[in-house]
Design a binder for this molecule. Structure first.
Ligand code: HEC
Ligand code: HEC
Length: 301
């Protein structure tokens, strides 16, 4: 009897802690700079997902439909409109959404919002990004609800997804590599979230890390997303640095064709803006990840 009570209390508080998530997310963030934030914004590709360009939607006003194996997601309005956008959000609330996937009202976000990548962003980039977003024109566009298949329509299941796949915070430094490599990894894994499309997902929607950047036949909208590891046969191991530079800057493939589908948008909104230094860092990093032999087949994972 006497022993059961503390154990019971510990269990209750553990369950409470787990359900409530990490209580203290509030971090001390530095002052943001909107001009620097513009660059973070480009590399992170916020514009494409949060703008319904196909229907002439206002920038960042949401309403773009993203189709996935789990159903279709409608992106929210992230302009500084106080009612329909995020105009009422504090920097701390924005930070928690972006790096912890939890909204101001406690909503747990689906990883269709790639916060499992953005969680690796550093404090300064988050503060700069916030300053930039808050300086954009507001739009009062009201967006509809997601249309997800059972059981993925139940947000509380994200609790399990988070336990299995979500690791908050930056990636650990690797003493074997230099600053350029680390910057490249940061651009690929934190800002550019290249893996959100180029790494296959498990049936629960988590990144299949054994196939890091090795491509998938079931990318966004069912697209085939190629293997971008340095494997010579099935990846991009035979590409020169110039080939890679032309892709990032101009969306050109080594055979002279233009890159298509979602990647054309990634180039237009993001990689085109890379500084010379950052482009070189990205290229260095990608050339040094494990070469994986994987040829994605449309419709397969
Ligand atoms: C791959 C598409 C995609 C990208 C890229 C993306 N988002 Fe989102 N975002 C979403 C989706 C989908 C949701 C809704 C998630 C949900 O309902 O669980 C969302 C939700 C949000 C929310 C929560 C809004 C609310 O009203 O609760 C914020 C804030 C946000 N995104 C900001 C950003 C920022 C800033 C960036 C760039 C750093 C970004 N997003 C990049 C798809 C994306
Ligand atoms: C929104 C999904 C998405 C994101 C994010 C994304 N890609 Fe892609 N990528 C694609 C798709 C789809 C293709 C295939 C395009 C085609 O069919 O022409 C592609 C093609 C490529 C190719 C050409 C490979 C080949 O063999 O033809 C390279 C290189 C590449 N991406 C690199 C990157 C890098 C680096 C990043 C991160 C900065 C990135 N991608 C982010 C979807 C994405």
């Amino acid at each position: 009897m006497g022993r059961a009570r503390p154990i019971g209390a510990a269990l209750v508080s553990w369950v409470f802690l787990v359900l409530a998530g990490p209580a203290a997310w509030a971090q001390d963030l530095p002052e943001g700079d909107a001009e620097r934030g513009a660059y973070v914004f480009q590399l992170a590709g916020c514009l494409g997902c949060h703008t319904d360009s196909a229907n002439g939607g206002a920038p960042l006003a949401g309403g773009r439909v993203l189709n996935s194996d789990f159903g279709s997601f409608v992106t929210p309005n992230i302009t500084p409109d106080r009612e329909h956008g995020i105009g009422n959000w504090t920097l701390a609330e924005f930070d928690r959404a972006l790096r912890d996937g939890i909204g101001p009202d406690g909503t747990t976000y689906y990883p269709s919002f790639p916060y499992d990548y953005f969680t690796r962003m550093d404090d300064q980039d988050v503060a700069d990004l916030y300053a930039y977003l808050m300086a954009q024109p507001a739009s009062d566009n009201a967006v509809g609800d997601h249309d997800l298949s059972f059981p993925f329509d139940m947000r509380f299941l994200l609790f399990f997804w988070r336990m299995l796949y979500f690791e908050a915070g930056p990636e650990a430094a690797d003493p074997e590599h230099d600053e350029t490599w680390h910057r490249g990894r940061y651009i690929v894994d934190a800002l550019g979230h290249c893996g959100a499309c180029h790494t296959p997902r498990t049936w629960l929607g988590g990144a299949d890390t054994d196939l890091y950047l090795a491509g998938t036949g079931s990318g966004p909208d069912g697209d085939l997303v190629p293997n971008i590891t340095p494997n010579i046969e099935t990846g991009i191991g035979s590409w020169s640095e110039l080939d890679m530079m032309l892709l990032l800057r101009a969306g050109l493939l080594p055979d002279g064709d233009a890159v298509g589908s979602d990647m054309a948008e990634v180039v237009r909104n993001s990689t085109r803006a890379l500084t010379d230094e950052d482009a070189a860092a990205l290229i260095t990093y990608l050339a040094n990840i494990p070469p994986i032999d994987n040829k994605p087949v449309r419709g397969e994972p």
